[in-house]
Design a protein around this ligand. Structure first.
Ligand code: OGA
Ligand code: MN
Length: 286
């Protein structure tokens, strides 16, 4: 098979000509690694992989990071179940975010496999934080280059967090408030040098960033909201339409994502494996 790449508008690329159920030759794997670093999110179509093959593919990229808050697959604890039942109204990931920015070593990325899809809807949007950074004015790039931001998980997965109070995505699908309560807030640079590509990317997100370091939350809101509005400009975004056999593999340090919640009354089940990452460093002044 000849591997190829089809670049998508906004962000991301589809990898063509690979069968993830097979042992991939090094050459194909290196091709994918380059595509992942360049595009921030890569997609695969028409794949038929078992849970064990999903795990083996993930392990080839990086050590698996077991999510502390989502329900685990009953037979494969490495796989988190990202599901929405017929009678649920809230979903997981239904706001713009990047996974695990609340960790000192934020997860490299996630490999999400579609297992059960609604007849329509349930698309996932991705936004490029490389493109968002690059489109900022030089003035704002300079200002942000000198800032760090504080990220936290408690207001989302902790006691009284959004998933417990405001919606029904919790229940037996999300848990472990104790772990969320214990996790200390962390600081990351607002502009990071991406560990794989060496490019600069904007690294704040609406779900887990609570303020700039040294600023109050209230003082931080106007600039954070300005950045959030900027980051989802249509030219930085791709809306991925899932089909049976689709797989998305995104880089949490280069993209945001958003799971549309527009398929009430239908079930959707995705299998997610999260890959461990590393501490993030800032960008040298321009
Ligand atoms: C996730 C997530 C998106 C989706 O698994 O981290 O946000 O479309 N899921 O299910
Ligand atoms: Mn997510």
């Amino acid at each position: 098979m000849t591997v190829g790449i089809h670049r998508l508008p906004g962000v991301g690329a589809e990898v063509l000509g690979v069968d993830l159920a097979q042992d991939l030759p090094d050459r194909e794997f290196e091709f994918m690694r380059a595509a992942f670093a360049e595009h921030g999110v890569i997609f695969f179509r028409d794949q038929q992989i078992s849970e064990a093959q999903h795990i083996a593919f993930a392990q080839r990229w990086a050590p698996i990071n077991i999510n502390r808050f989502f329900a685990a697959h009953p037979d494969h604890p490495e796989i988190a179940l990202v599901s929405k039942e017929r009678d649920q109204t809230s979903n997981i990931g239904g706001g713009w975010h990047t996974d695990h920015s609340y960790d000192r070593k934020p997860a490299l990325g996630s490999i999400l496999v579609a297992r059960e899809l609604p007849p329509e809807g349930g698309n996932t949007l991705f936004a490029s934080m490389y493109a968002a950074y690059e489109a900022l004015s030089d003035e704002l790039k300079d200002q942000l280059g000198g800032l760090n931001a504080v990220h936290s998980v408690r207001h989302v997965f902790g006691e009284g967090g959004a998933y417990y109070v405001d919606n029904d995505a919790g229940g037996d699908r999300i848990g472990n408030t104790a772990a969320a309560e214990k996790l200390p807030d962390v600081i990351h640079p607002v502009i990071i040098t991406h560990p794989l590509s060496g490019r600069k990317a904007l690294y704040v997100n609406p779900a887990f960033t609570i303020r700039f370091e040294g600023w109050t939350a209230e003082e931080s809101q106007p600039l954070l909201h300005q950045l959030y509005a900027h980051c989802i400009r249509p030219e930085f975004v791709h809306e991925f339409v899932w089909r049976p056999g689709s797989i998305a593999f995104w880089d949490n340090r280069a993209t945001w994502h958003f799971a549309r919640n527009d398929y009430h009354g239908h079930r959707r089940e995705m299998h997610r494996i999260t890959l461990g990452g590393e501490p993030l460093s800032g960008a040298p002044p321009t």
